[in-house]
Write a protein that binds this ligand. Structure first.
Ligand code: ATP
Ligand code: MG
Length: 764
């Protein structure tokens, strides 16, 4: 193969990036400018031209799906499989490291990954044991606190109690949670990263090994790395050592940083050049390359994206241009409600398909997963095949998690989280009281639930009935554990065996409903998933196995198919059903659309309070609103040919009907780029229903009018003190809309916050 295949499909700036000789390279570029393409071609270049062994390359992507795609593209370019190259997400790579070095990482050999549900369950249990009221201190907040600490590299012991006056219980819970996980061999998602980072810091020989192994580390979507990921990279790249030989190559876009709420730090992209050149000599130091030509979208779509993002203040600044034609105007559709919105979207999809367009080129995007439901309903009604990403993914469904819990407990009796999940699922007469007794005994004797239960039976500390039921459960799990019997079951046989014994199918399928049927099908599908896993394996795992340095024990863990499958399921649960690619419409949240592109995109629910999200509207510092705007930029720039933005005047979500105003982002798109499609006014019955709902401004809403961009300034401003005849005095904390639709949010001294229509409220 010659070099031209690698370099020809690139422009000058992209080529410069691919061939960069700097020790550390930052490619800072807008959406659709070819960052991911550059990363792929760079790896091909390294292998083909610079003779770097794939063994010495590590590439980090944002999802497992992106990792698979990247591997596929590189192998396509090079026309050769690259089995021993490490490509994966931060979590996936950290997991592999910990599996291979479990001893050095102070973990048990068959540690299990727990998801956020399991984590919450454990925290609830700990809080209960400590007598902490979960009404007053919601476990979710505690969970958020712990994950945030971990994402910032802090263990409970490293926190300063002085900072927690009056909230000492948080430290206590965190400490007990760490202890419980350590004792029972459980690792949550944040722990994977923190543990892997500590592995570098505490085991210099492991770090040294990988520093010698890797010569190139490449990271996509760099703008969304969090503190611990950044630190992990920094240490691995050996930037603290003058003689370091590792090259880092990161690509990102500050305008697409959308995970601030989960701890990502946009600053990393700004600090990279400074942080990653400590050891390098001047000519080898960090280089920044900007790409500004967009190859994805039409001129109009791109201009709209540029105009919206220009409203953010915190930017590194770059403007995208394209050689492509202007293309069609963007369509804005004002719907009566979410049902009308979904009908519009489905109608447009039918038109597209009638003209010979592909369904897989279409995406329906939304801010919250709950918005998918009306679209699903409409698509089913019209017989349009679709796939939803996010929401409840396969491995996160209750029945699948039940089955996995049986597999986990059979593989590891110390897995308390799994034990709790299934002790009485399906119901076998083990009541809450018995479970409490078991928990208490485990706690007092510092045992696993599994051990505690056996002692309780032995010492006759359970009622005869409870003891029999519990004993049966123990036998059941032991029977599931195939390793004991010396049988040589394949992985698929093991899973089928466990499923059969668990009676989960009978349990979940006992009702004669479609939902029950779907659950049974999911359990059946689990066997198929195991088969696929067994056939295809996990490419990253293969790569680890080929590392010669693993000792026998380590090799063995990596070749225990059950542990492997369980870890795979836990990691996949983070994103789900990506494998088959049917010819169907894609539905997903804006967050999961990152990095993807589609010919036809619907950005739906573009309403104030929904998008931007209401939490961002209450954030006076403005950081959250800017993150919402970046999310909007991500959404717009997913579209290649056609973009429709839709908003509804009223929306029922979570069982509540609320009026909605067009999003401020709509008004940021220049009018010359859009054509507004209005709902035809033949649907007044739906307006009538508005006057009966509990919305505070229903009566004045019956005349649609006033476009998104005529937001006039009223006399009332945020921060002003006002008086209302009934509610008394308060402070204006938010404001939206204009003319007859203008409304303000007031925080009343005695009545709390309320939204009021200015035209009705007569504020003084
Ligand atoms: P995002 O910020 O959304 O992740 P990106 O910067 O990673 O986008 P890519 O996905 O790599 O952009 O590229 C966008 C599209 O442009 C892809 O379809 C890609 O194949 C195409 N593309 C990139 N560079 C070129 C080029 N030099 N010539 C032709 N097409 C290109
Ligand atoms: Mg990309």
């Amino acid at each position: 193969m010659d070099i031209s295949q690698i370099l020809d499909p690139l422009n000058k700036a992209q080529r410069q990036a691919v061939c960069s000789e700097a020790q550390n390279t930052l490619v800072l570029a807008g959406a659709g400018s070819g960052k991911t393409r550059v990363l792929v071609h760079r790896i091909a270049w390294l292998v083909q031209v610079e003779n770097v062994s794939p063994y010495s390359i590590m590439a980090v992507t944002f999802t497992n799906k992106a990792a698979a795609e990247m591997r596929f593209r590189i192998e396509n370019l090079l026309k050769t499989p690259l089995r021993n190259m490490w490509v994966g997400t931060f979590h996936g790579l950290a997991h592999r490291l910990l599996r291979a070095h479990w001893k050095d990482a102070k973990l048990v050999e068959n540690f299990q990954i727990i998801d956020s549900d399991d984590q919450l369950r454990l925290l609830k249990r700990i809080m209960k044991e400590m007598g902490i009221d979960d009404k007053q201190h919601p476990p979710r907040e505690v969970q958020w606190f712990i994950n945030d600490c971990k994402d910032n590299g802090k263990r409970s012991q490293q926190l300063n109690p002085a900072d927690f006056r009056g909230r000492e219980f948080l430290l206590d819970i965190y400490y007990r949670y760490e202890e419980l996980c350590q004792r029972t061999g459980l690792v949550d998602f944040a722990e994977l990263l923190l543990r892997a980072h500590e592995l570098w810091l505490k085991q210099p020989h492991v770090l040294k090994h990988y520093q010698q192994r890797f010569s190139h580390i490449l990271v996509d979507e760099f703008q969304d790395t969090n503190t611990i990921q950044y630190a992990w990279l920094k240490v691995l790249s050996g930037n603290n050592l003058p003689q370091t030989n590792i090259h880092t190559f990161v690509v990102g876009d500050d305008d697409q940083s959308i995970y601030g709420w989960r701890g990502a730090k946009i600053e990393h992209i700004r600090e990279f050049c400074h942080d990653f050149n400590a050891g390098a000599s001047a000519e080898k130091a960090a280089e920044t390359i900007k790409l500004e030509q967009n190859y994805r979208s039409t001129g109009n779509i791109l201009q709209a994206a540029n105009a919206v993002i220009a409203n953010n203040t915190e930017r590194l600044g770059k403007e995208l241009w394209t050689e492509d034609s202007e293309g069609e105007l963007l369509q804005i559709y004002r719907a009566f409600n979410e049902i009308d919105e979904a009908a519009y979207v489905a109608g447009q999809i039918e038109k597209w398909v009638d003209k010979g367009g592909k369904r897989s080129d279409i995406a329906i995007l939304y801010r919250s997963n709950a918005q998918s439901q009306p679209h699903e309903y409409e698509l089913v009604k019209r017989g349009i095949p679709y796939r939803v990403y996010g929401g409840l993914r396969f491995y996160e469904r209750a029945e699948v998690k039940d089955a996995l819990a049986y597999m986990r407990l059979a593989a590891n009796y110390q897995d308390d989280a799994a034990f709790e999940r299934i002790i009485n699922t399906p119901a076998r007469g083990i009541g809450l009281r018995t479970v409490e007794i078991i928990r208490a005994a485990a706690k007092n004797n510092e045992q696993f639930l599994w051990q505690a239960v056996q002692e309780l039976i032995e010492n006759k500390q359970l009622s005869a009935r409870a003891a029999t039921a519990v004993q049966k459960f123990i036998y059941l799990i032991e029977e599931m554990d195939c390793s004991k019997k010396g049988d040589h079951f394949t992985l698929v046989e093991q899973v089928a065996h466990i499923l059969e014994l668990s009676q989960l199918k009978q349990f979940h399928g006992r009702e004669n409903t479609e939902r029950a049927q779907a659950k049974v099908e999911n359990l059946q599908e689990l066997i198929n998933a195991v088969k696929r896993f067994d056939d295809e394996g996990d490419p990253l795992l293969e790569a680890v196995k080929e590392s010669a340095e693993l000792n026998d024990a380590e090799q063995q863990v990596l070749t225990n198919p059950m542990s492997e499958f369980l870890a795979h399921a836990a990691l996949e649960a983070g994103e789900g059903q990506a494998d088959e690619w049917e010819e169907c419409v894609q539905l997903m949240s804006l967050h999961s659309a990152k990095g993807l592109e589609f010919e036809l995109v619907f950005l739906t629910g573009v309403e104030q309070g929904l998008f931007p999200h209401k939490n961002a509207l209450q954030d006076y510092v403005g950081g959250k609103l800017e993150e919402e705007r970046r999310l909007c930029y991500v959404g717009i720039t997913r579209a290649r040919q056609q973009l429709h933005l839709t908003h509804a005047e009223s929306r029922t979500m979570y069982g509540r009907n609320e009026m909605a105003l067009p999003s401020q982002f709509l008004s940021e798109i220049p009018a010359s780029l859009v054509s507004e499609v209005r709902a035809v006014n033949n649907n007044f019955s739906s307006f009538d229903s508005f006057s009966n709902n509990n919305s505070s401004f229903s009566s004045s809403y019956a005349s649609p009018g006033g476009s998104a961009d005529d937001r006039a300034e009223g006399e009332i401003s945020i921060g002003q003190r006002v008086k209302h005849k009934k509610f008394g005095e308060g402070i204006v904390i938010d404001k939206e809309g204009s003319g007859a639709r203008a409304r303000v949010q007031v925080n009343f001294d005695y009545e709390g916050t309320k939204w009021l229509m200015l035209s009705i409220a007569k504020l003084v």
